[in-house]
Design a protein around this ligand. Sequence first.
Ligand SMILES: [Mn+2]
Length: 424
Amino acid sequence: MPTGTTPTPMRMTLTPMRTTQTRTPTTQTRTRTTQTPRRAAQAALARCLDPVDATTFRSEHWEQRPLVVARDEPGRFDDLLSEADVERLVCSTAIRYPAFRLVREGRQIGLGDYTSDVSWRPPFTAVADVPRLLGEWEDGATIVLQALHVNWHPLAVFCRLLEDALGHPVQANAYYTPRGSQGFAVHHDTHDVLVLQVSGEKRWLLYEPLLELPLKHQRYSPQLGEHGEPTDDLVLEAGDTLYLPRGWLHQAETSASDSLHLTIGIAAHTWVDAVKGALADCEDELAFRRGVEGAAADGLVDLLAEQLEPELVERRRRRAFVDSRRPIREDGLTQLRALEGLGAETRLERRETVIADLEERPDGLALVFEAKEIRFPAQASPELRACFESEAPFEPAELPGELDGEGRLVLARRLVREGFLRIT
Ligand SMILES: [Mn+2]
């Protein structure tokens, strides 16, 4: 294993590299290396589905029919967001709308009924007014915590791992419903959901869709018609999972116990998205830029079909997905300081929350993640590839390749600073 202190005939020094924030079209890509989901990602999905395996879930339930997994396992999801966490967030962090809101039987409760502004310059607006909020909850209001994949670190990590496993954007809300009440009337959601029952229990009634696989703007409306008889009438208990494809109608109510569940929303990439992406790339074709007067649509369908080749569709989907993941840097300040002591034997690891691709370019490799593309010269390829593929902690000195000691540190420092690696 070459190290920085062992001279080799092909010592190379890595010079600092450029990051571009906006990039040229993907047509420059020659080949790509897409990371297969990592072990932690598979484990996060298994935590939702167990004992049903991911393959069965995809082939028999995804976009098709609900899945109910009863486990009778209180505490299974407590580390993601417990009742105690909800109480702390709601009662003692001066939480503000829209990080939370209250609903009762499907209707929003006016913000003025449970929030107030705190005088400051500028004012803190829509802050939880805890005594009034408690009164609403006692009267049957459901407390909804929103965008927890952004606001609550344990769920930020969990959702990111699920994104890695599923290949789709994932978000999380929580619903804390007091006993003896209904949070929402019959409706459908426009994304697929995994409901994870954290504590207490909730009765769910499920009905066949009135509009199958609705798009984001095709929200539920009573004008869609009358729903039929419930296909399922079930009680979710702590530790249970319910998967609902988008479009399936549902309503839920509590009985004798308060209920806390997480709703993990999964945003599928549809053919509408794929065709829109393909059409955007048709803008390079003169035939598509002509005015429609007097011209026939001859040949346009063939040009569009070329852009819908499976490989191109998958490349666009993956690129949009990888680009739009937010950085998760819970230890960002510590890492900046730890960088000062980075050496050949510093333990490093790949951040489990980074979803990245490594793409070949004419002059080296590009590491793509979180809306960044970082280019590396060809001589750093073996070292970079090893960092990219690492499943366990490693030291710069252990990396394969011909970079000298300083070159390895330049590479490691850059990857830590960009949030791809972290110092353990
Ligand atoms: Mn719903």
